[in-house]
Design a protein around this ligand. Structure first.
Ligand SMILES: [Zn+2]
Ligand SMILES: [Zn+2]
Length: 144
């Protein structure tokens, strides 16, 4: 078996450092209103990992946390405000924002919550209206 690849990540100021290892369960772009309002950006590039694959290696005490609903616990660095990750406890995965792990070869496979989009992207990837069926969504695919 090949050794599991590791990638380091950090918040905007570097007070918080993380490490992911192995391969994510899924990666793509989320267009939901929550991601937009929290990130102040039109789209969130996500990578979903099993919790055991994600380690906070520095500054765990600097991580702030906010949960608007039970599906997402959003975490950021209290020093710089930089976003780090979101726990999705009901789905058993952690979203490490692609921007937080710049060396990871991000390769989007789908768009989720495209029904809420404000920025249409014509990249030929599948556009889920909400979430795939296996993640509790409708599985409905919508046009670009
Ligand atoms: Zn920071
Ligand atoms: Zn979202």
């Amino acid at each position: 078996m090949p050794t599991e690849q590791e990638y380091k990540g950090r918040c905007f100021c570097g007070a918080v450092e993380i490490r992911v290892k192995g391969a994510p369960a899924a990666m793509g772009y989320c267009h939901c209103t929550s991601c937009r309002e929290w990130s102040a950006g039109p789209v969130n590039a996500f990578t979903l990992w099993p919790p055991s694959a994600v380690t906070v290696t520095r500054g765990a005490d600097q991580l702030g946390s906010f949960s608007k609903n039970p599906t997402s616990v959003r975490k950021w660095c209290k020093k710089c405000g930089g976003h780090v990750l979101t726990d999705h406890p009901l789905w058993g995965v952690v979203d490490v924002y692609a921007a937080t792990i710049p060396e990871f070869p991000f390769d989007a496979k789908l768009h989720v919550n495209y029904g809420e989009t404000v920025l249409r992207l014509h990249d030929g990837l599948v556009k889920q209206k909400d979430m795939p069926k296996e993640m509790g969504g409708s599985g409905t695919v919508v046009p670009e």
